[in-house]
Design a protein around this ligand. Structure first.
Ligand code: TYC
Length: 117
């Protein structure tokens, strides 16, 4: 976002610091509060990963309770894809890596991806 509100400060003789006469600095008056872009972390369905393993992933890495984890797992199973959560870029990237590493360790073909909202 581009700051809309700026104010001119004129330098003058006798100033403690800052620019001298005839020079100026622009000072931001409005707090800069850029909202970070958000990313969905998605699980993809496959025919081989056990349902219970997917529920465990959702509990362990996405802090879902058993009921919510089961609901999301069944949604992915029935629709092919489903949302585990929405995070900033670095957090989403970490979740995807954690899930992919854990699935690979257990030799399941589960796929986890992120997409910009
Ligand atoms: N389709 C899998 C099965 O029938 C279960 C499953 C659900 C797999 C969700 C992946 O992301 C997934 N065992």
């Amino acid at each position: 976002m581009i700051a809309k509100s700026i104010r001119m400060q004129q330098g003058s003789e006798g100033d403690k610091g800052g620019p001298g006469r005839g020079t100026s600095v622009i000072t931001r008056t409005k707090p800069k509060t850029k909202k970070p872009s958000l990313y969905r972390v998605l699980l993809l369905n496959d025919d081989y990963t056990p349902m219970e393993f997917v529920v465990h992933i959702l509990e362990r890495f996405f802090q879902k309770n058993r009921e919510e984890a089961t609901r999301i797992m069944l949604h992915v199973h029935n629709h092919g894809v489903g949302e585990c959560g929405v995070f900033t870029y670095e957090v989403a990237e970490t979740k995807v890596t954690q899930v992919m590493d854990f699935a690979r360790e257990h030799q399941h073909p589960l796929q986890c991806v992120m997409e910009k909202k």
